[in-house]
Design a protein around this ligand. Structure first.
Ligand SMILES: [Zn+2]
Ligand SMILES: [Zn+2]
Length: 98
């Protein structure tokens, strides 16, 4: 069994795994708050349509050009240590180890 390694393009961390074939792993740096370095909680998207009813208001979006689901779909982690909470949109970074 050999070792494979790669460098995360987001945080620069070197990742090593025991493997004899190239691997793709996800770096865990997207789970950490860039402001305070704390481990963030996974953000659960609230799918209750009432939460977003304001987005259907012509006052909020007069040209109807906003992507209604974009704001909530992009948020993956949340840090509660800030006010307002920090919403992270950093996606998991895949690192090729070889
Ligand atoms: Zn990383
Ligand atoms: Zn934070």
């Amino acid at each position: 069994m050999g070792l494979v390694q790669g460098v995360c393009s987001n945080c620069g961390k070197k990742i090593r795994r025991k493997s004899s074939v190239p691997l793709i792993v996800t770096c865990d740096c997207h789970k950490f708050c860039p402001l305070c370095n704390s481990l963030m909680e996974p953000y659960k998207v609230d799918l209750d349509p009432k939460t977003y009813r304001n987005e259907d208001s012509p006052l909020w979006d007069p040209l109807s050009c906003a992507n209604k689901s974009e704001a909530s779909v992009n948020v993956v982690y949340i840090c509660h240590l800030h006010s307002p909470p920090y919403f992270s949109t950093t996606q998991p970074v895949e690192v090729l180890l070889k």
